[in-house]
Write a protein that binds this ligand. Sequence first.
Ligand SMILES: [Zn+2]
Length: 455
Amino acid sequence: MTAGGTKGGRARDPYALQHGSTDFHVEHYDLDLTYRVRTNRLAGVATLRIRALAPLTELRLDLVGLAVSKVGVVGAKLARHEHRGGRLALRLTAEVAAGTILTVTVRYGGRPGPTPSLWGPVGWEELDDGVVVASQPTGAPTWFPCNDRPGDKATYRTTVNVENPYRVLAHGVLADRKLRSSSTTWVFDQAHPTASYLATVQIGRYDELTLAAAPVPQTAMLPAALVPLARRSLAAHGAMMELFGRLFGPYPFPAYTVVVTADELEIPLEAQGLSIFGANHLAPTRGEERLIPHELAHQWFGNSLSVASWQHLWLNEGFACYAEWLWSQASGGKSADALARQWHTRLAARPQDLVLADPGPALVFDDRVYKRGALTLHALRGAFGDDAFFALVRAWTAERADASVTTADFRAHCARHATAVGGPALALAVAALLAAWLDSPRLPAPTSLPARRGR
Ligand SMILES: [Zn+2]
């Protein structure tokens, strides 16, 4: 949380993409949803526990494409509400002080659907026979009213009633399931603070395939017809989890689920404790096996440690891309060093007009953020050596678990570790290395690891 300043005096984050507010923090979402697959009808009651971070006379939540029928506030008196342009504004009769706790209840509904973004439609999406919710970066308001910015993390209870025989998956642990003759109510608790874009609901006719049992249960939920393919393409999942646990630190959540839709999806996407893939991503002939480690790595980088603003996205995508290279080497493919050289050559041939630490909102999801981010980590690994580098990474995930992070936090973390393991000389070298990779558009020279250091 980086809240500061006072009412009206807050500089807007240019990466906020017109979503979210830094005037308040949502501590907890209780979402009670009824959905019918056949008609794509959603009816919801969202109860938000909100803490004011500044004196407030108005609260603005994000909610897109659904109609609000009733709003209630406990802890302050509501004068009126207005829902326009994807923003639900609640006007209070009098200012409340910073620190005030408010409970806001919103009754809403309609026919949910994806909302356009700079990166294509995102959010709740009706499939041929079910639902997928992939919200990064701004799709969460397509299914619940929220403070839609990645740094505002909350706990959740998500209750979804769906007609039988559909199965519901959501972020969190299945806490209850009430079966009735025509519908079932599924209840999920998420105790880890979760960014709104990582909240999710998946609805389908899934079979369950156990991928591995340790160190946490790893399960694929997928159409029965895809089980044989998944058995082959996800056969090494337990080994992948073991590798990442060893290199990055313990897996941050109680379980991991790979959801595969019957439909093809353009890109897979991470959510809290699960990842969503299309049927097409299981076919290894298309070179998409790298996406499996990529999405798994996001559980550490993006989900447990979340970016405070989209500006710092390289911290998610750089690590996730680097995880692909680490897994490639560990599973008998190209080494991380070879992949780093290959991508350095490719990036060198592309325009060098992107500053990793501040790419601008339009380029946040540019592929160069991913690849240059991974190359930055590879360079850091070269400077520290394997043991110190992976110790630095494990300290990063341990110290910042469940929190929000920025590039400045990462620089400070690297500086501390450099000083500890190599004194001021290494600290200076690491600061210069990070400045070259993060702050200047020019691509620094490639790093090669000593041959025997490979993992
Ligand atoms: Zn990613």
